[in-house]
Design a protein around this ligand. Sequence first.
Ligand code: SF4
Ligand code: SF4
Length: 383
Amino acid sequence: MRYSEINGTKISSLGFGMMRLPLDTQGEIDFQQGFEMVDFAIKNGINYFDTAYMYHHGKSEPFVKKALSERYDRTEFLLTSKLPTWLCHSKAEAEEKLKEQLERCGVDYFDFYLLHSVDEETWDNIEKNNMGEVMAEAKKKGLVKHIGASFHCGPVLLRKVLETYGDILEFIQLQINYLDWDFINAKELYQIAEEFNKPVIIMEPLRGGMLSKVPGANARKVLNKLIEAKNLSYTDLALGWVDSLPQVVITLSGMSNLEQMKENITFFSKPEGLSKEDVNIINEAAASLSNELFIPCTKCNYCQDCPKGIHIPEVFEQYNEAAAKDFHYIWGSLSQNYKKLTPSAKECIACGLCEKSCPQHLKIIDLLKEVENKFDYLETIGE
Ligand code: SF4
Ligand code: SF4
């Protein structure tokens, strides 16, 4: 296992993200399999375990207590959890929440504790209720050893948060992977982390599993050459790509079974990661995958004179965002979010006005139908 460090604490470069633990036939966490994974992780050098109040609808932290705290000496693992910033409406509530989380995990302290999901919606609440102060005080009391924050925001807010809390945040957690680098401009978030000299923990390196499958024939063709030459998998390439970023200290993988864990550990146990040439090939595949998956609408708005008032760029944007999640519900129902867009794309009367003004020459009428059909289907399967 390769190792790194955050302010003197030695951490495994691969972290066990406990948000996608193995499930039994009832959809509950499969403790037996989970224990096996935890044992295998520790035996093979993983020392970083990442949970959060909300993971598995509140059952991940209690799992940690059973799997780690009650079965291992506290010095044998580093435990990370996160303050659910959106559930706390006062400083006192945030302090209570931390206490509850420590009890749920069966520990006296967290090695790493993060403000969870800092974004444009949670930030006001975080500031209003002095959650930065809660974190700093918890550290002084020894309830947490290192403080950080996980972000789901744009560059403007990330910069603002680091300007506000930069002196107490020791590291930040970002969603970065080779597809999001340009697609959601994760590159700029990373550059801000560099500018503020904050170590980065990576979440969603596989884009919710999408980059283990690479759903694009052309992108696969580009990657297959590398896979054959280096005897690696799509998963290895995605993990290796983020691991190659100098500011990255840990890559979190939400492993759901022992096979995935073995594969991830094998990659992180090699003395070296990917070369610069490997990374360039992956970048080439990323550009290709982007073109294969997404509707190349530039949001120029030249199509805004639709007589039915359809917000065409927004329709395509929702589709692209859902495609980037591999059409899986992650934080909110994809189809329900889409249905909030009015007027519906079904209102299209195929007048062709938009297609005449589209500089990308998109076949908007057909694309709108495809998008509608896709979201109708997603609704039927509950995504
Ligand atoms: S073709 Fe459909 S989407 Fe395009 S302008 Fe006409 S009604 Fe609007
Ligand atoms: S004109 Fe074409 S590229 Fe521009 S916003 Fe409309 S659909 Fe997108």
